[in-house]
Design a protein around this ligand. Structure first.
Ligand code: TRP
Length: 331
């Protein structure tokens, strides 16, 4: 069994990225190990140039995301963690697979429509983005792909590309299955609980960044928007703010929503928010310490990525060779 996931190298990562991403990667790593499988985690830096970007920021965010992956528990021995651009097979696969991807299906991608709307420069790469992504997955013969809800359409396209290639050139690719997160994947902004926690949108005061100092984290929770009423109960419709906070506490401590509601019955919001801030601070502390260590010595971090790239390149090579061969390239 093989698992593949791609992680975007962008901005400061938030508690939302931890809850819906990093946290899930670690459990994916454990599951893969139990099934004697292999897990690949790829920092998709090549995807970053499809929208406006700055070279220095790309370099920084690639290293930063890689450091967070290791800091939150991916083990370079058991998993393969690498940067997409370090394995040239990804760029090659994107070109080769573009022959079995139609203009029409790319044009239907809602993410392309959303991201291109109103922009004065729309790169060709933004349009072909899903082909690069299909290559990422198919090169590793991945069975499962842990991925965000917003990526369903892209994953469906990867499956179609695999099937089309297999039909046209003979059985070559595993047709992958998407695995979508259930709990904790939709952490909301603490000031605007109707939007996701993200560093590109929403009120900055409502985003908990993974690099935030403990006192900033405590303050953000203390001043989080709550709803009228005093009861700590989960009700997404009438109590979006409190429901979000309950979900965060549940992810942080592992307690169920019911247990949390019972614990705070008749206590009001104040103590609950204090406890929550403290719980998040405590959860993040060891990750932050490890992150700082990794970032203090980028040489070591780059070495870890280079080792990952070596393993990834070896895993992708046989499939890429087969693709060239089947398509009729002289080898
Ligand atoms: N498009 C994905 C996202 O925006 C990132 C990604 C790129 C990815 N290649 C992938 C995810 C391959 C899973 C598998 O989140």
């Amino acid at each position: 069994m093989r698992v593949f996931s791609g992680i975007r190298a962008s901005g400061d990562k938030t508690l939302g990225n931890y809850s819906g991403g990093f946290r899930q990667y670690v459990s994916t790593q454990e599951e893969a190990a139990r099934a004697s499988g292999e897990a690949f985690f790829c920092v998709v830096d090549l995807h970053s140039i499809t929208t406006p970007f700055e070279p220095d920021a790309l370099r920084e965010s690639t290293l930063s995301v890689a450091a967070w992956l290791f800091a939150t528990g991916l083990d370079p021995e058991r998993s393969t963690v690498f940067a997409q651009s370090h394995v040239t097979a990804h760029a090659e696969a994107a070109w080769l697979l573009s022959a079995v991807t139609s203009f029409g299906e790319l044009r239907r991608m809602t993410q392309f429509k959303e991201k291109s709307e109103g922009q004065d420069f729309v790169s060709a790469g933004l349009f072909t983005y899903p082909v690069l992504m299909a290559g990422d997955i198919l090169l590793y013969q991945a069975d499962t792909v842990p991925i965000g809800d917003d990526q369903r359409q892209h994953l469906e396209l990867a499956r179609n590309v695999a099937e089309r290639f297999n039909q046209r050139f003979g059985e070559t690719f595993t047709v992958p299955r998407g695995v979508y997160p259930v709990a904790g994947a939709r952490v909301k902004n603490l000031q605007e609980p109707d939007r996701l926690m993200s560093t590109t949108r929403g009120a900055p005061a409502g985003d908990v960044r993974l690099v935030d100092a403990p006192d900033d984290i405590r303050r953000k929770f203390k001043t989080a928007v709550t709803d009228s009423g005093r009861e700590v109960v989960h009700d997404l419709k009438s109590k979006a703010g409190i429901s979000n906070l309950i979900e965060i506490l549940s992810v942080t401590t592992g307690d169920s929503i019911k247990q949390i509601e019972a614990r705070y019955e008749g206590q009001g919001y104040g103590q609950f928010k204090l406890d929550l801030g403290e719980a998040v601070v405590q959860m993040l502390a060891p990750f932050q310490a490890r992150y700082r260590e990794l970032r203090a010595d980028d040489v070591e971090l780059r070495r870890m990525l280079a080792r990952g790239a070596e393993k990834a390149a070896a895993a992708a090579a046989p499939t890429l060779a087969r693709v060239y061969e089947r398509m009729g390239f002289v080898r």
